[in-house]
Design a protein around this ligand. Structure first.
Ligand code: ADP
Length: 320
């Protein structure tokens, strides 16, 4: 089982010719649907074949009802904090070049509490739970509580440090076994810790130099930097999750017809957590290869949560 602690949003998306300037009114094609990094990742994990429990906070409104209905469709067991605040929302403008501007209304997501997460104790004590997965769209205190409980029970903790502008406390880093930033998130978090890191030069770094930077971010754990179409870079602390594999390596992504990369990181995290949680000893690099393929396939479909592939689709597409 995978336990996901995180956000649910109702996404309102306008496709516009260009992004609006201050004071300007534009018309664009409108659509709405479920989102939030937490929910996207929970759906990716469920469709990857994991039993998923999703701890979140919802308002008493249409958005909250949508979350419950969609979770049921994917067999996701919810652990809901019923909040007085409205369910989280996101307003998203996407221009013709795929660039976007996003405003989030955290609403109920901001109410997710340590007390609520503590009620997951029995799930975490269950031997079937393999991974706790969290992002940074809900309060850090709730995530730290979940990770501390996970540690008590020997359950692996996976932190996707997104969005980039959210701060990670030293206490939360100390409770993290595995982290999956994209290039921007990796550099932002390293800069917060007082290190030089520039997303523009990251791609040109030799593996050993990138490995050394990863070791600064998470000295005792494993860092996986996702690199979009280039796949990802994996860096293990000495002995951590490494098995007989190399201390650091790159996993290229398969070439795909990418039409929508929004939610690719969420696909990667959900698939990685599901793969890690499955019983049986597989080398870490095989979990990574699966997550990269799963996320690549997700970019061939439009949408985030509702467009997440199923495990069988990945096998069929890439002949594995
Ligand atoms: P984020 O969406 O968080 O910025 P990335 O852009 O790094 O994350 O993408 C996450 C993963 O999605 C990559 O590691 C890769 O597996 C897959 N992916 C993203 N874009 C592409 C692409 N254009 N072609 C193939 N795979 C992709």
């Amino acid at each position: 089982r995978v336990i996901v602690v995180g956000s649910f949003n109702v996404d309102h998306v306008w496709s516009v010719a260009r992004l609006p300037r201050p004071g300007e009114t534009l018309a664009g094609e409108y659509g709405s649907g479920p989102g939030g990094k937490g929910f996207n990742q929970a759906v990716a994990a469920a469709r990857s074949g994991a039993a998923v429990r999703f701890a979140c906070a919802l308002g008493d409104d249409a958005g909250g009802q949508l979350a419950r209905a969609l979770a049921a469709d994917d067999g996701i067991a919810l652990h809901v904090l019923a909040s007085d605040a409205p369910t989280g929302t996101a307003g998203i403008y996407v221009d013709r070049d795929g660039r976007n501007s996003i405003v989030i209304g955290p609403g109920a997501n901001a109410a997710l509490s340590a007390d609520h997460v503590r009620e997951l104790g029995a799930d975490l004590a269950d031997a079937g739970t393999g991974v706790v997965l969290a992002q940074l769209e809900t309060p850090a205190e709730a995530i730290a509580t979940a990770f501390a409980l996970a540690r008590e029970h020997g359950v692996a903790t996976l932190l996707n440090p997104a969005p980039a502008d959210a701060e990670v406390t030293p206490g939360l880093w100390a409770l993290t076994d595995l982290t999956t930033p994209n290039e921007t998130e990796f550099c932002t978090q390293l800069q917060r810790l007082g290190h030089d890191a520039d997303p523009d030069t990251l791609a040109g770094l030799a593996d050993d130099d990138l490995h050394a930077l990863c070791r600064r971010l998470l000295p005792h754990g494993t860092v996986v930097i996702t690199l979009g179409a280039a796949g990802c870079f994996v860096s293990h602390a000495s002995g951590h999750l490494r098995g007989d594999g190399a201390a650091c390596y790159r996993q290229p992504a398969p070439r795909v017809e990418a039409i929508d990369t929004i939610g690719a990181g969420d696909a990667f995290n959900g698939a990685l957590a599901a793969s890690l949680a499955r019983a049986g000893e597989k080398p870490f690099a095989e979990h990574i290869a699966h997550a990269v393929r799963y996320a690549a396939l997700s970019t061939e479909r439009r949408g985030a949560a509702l467009a997440m592939p199923r495990a069988a689709d990945v096998a069929a597409r890439f002949d594995t």
